[in-house]
Design a protein. Structure first.
Length: 159
């Protein structure tokens, strides 16, 4: 069925791990951690920016992939190592004078729960935890996290 969103959306706010990644961390022989990011999702960030949308990432972790995306696409808001994401969402809405009709949030795990309950337009992925998928009014992408789920949301806004 896919995600259905209104044309009133101006700002896309997303979690990163589990949405733009497959929720896995890869650790090499030197102990360095990395994540796989789907190019469809990377293109999603580009398409949003090229089409005049504002974009933000709120992550519970610090991640070099987020920093690289920000360097390339000049994202409007990037917040890493955040425990209480709802506070950031409220600050973004206030800073950009957004009504509840003008932004959405995408998340998949317990640290996204309060934020997803708060926003009007809430989206998760099929592999999210049950507590998230059971939030009233949440939309679930057809595509799994790290396999183009973020791009699916972008496409629902643009096409």
């Amino acid at each position: 069925m896919g995600v259905i969103l209104p044309k009133s959306i101006k700002f896309v706010i997303t979690d990163f791990d589990g949405i733009c990644t497959d929720n896995c961390v890869y650790i090499d022989a030197n102990g360095q951690m990395s994540r796989k990011v789907n190019f469809k999702d990377i293109m999603g960030f580009s398409l949003l920016k090229k089409n005049g949308y504002k974009v933000g990432i709120i992550s519970g972790e610090k991640n070099s992939a987020i920093e690289k995306l920000n360097d390339v696409f000049k994202l409007d808001e990037v917040h890493q190592d955040i425990r209480i994401k709802l506070d950031i969402i409220k600050k973004i809405a206030e800073k950009y004078n957004l009504s509840e009709e003008e932004y959405l949030y995408i998340g998949d795990d317990v640290n996204d729960y309060d934020s997803l309950c708060y926003v009007k337009y809430k989206i998760t992925v099929p592999d999210a935890i049950k507590k998230i998928k059971n939030i009233k009014g949440i939309q679930i992408t057809d595509t799994r996290g790290g396999e183009g789920a973020f791009r699916e949301v972008v496409d629902s806004l643009l096409y």
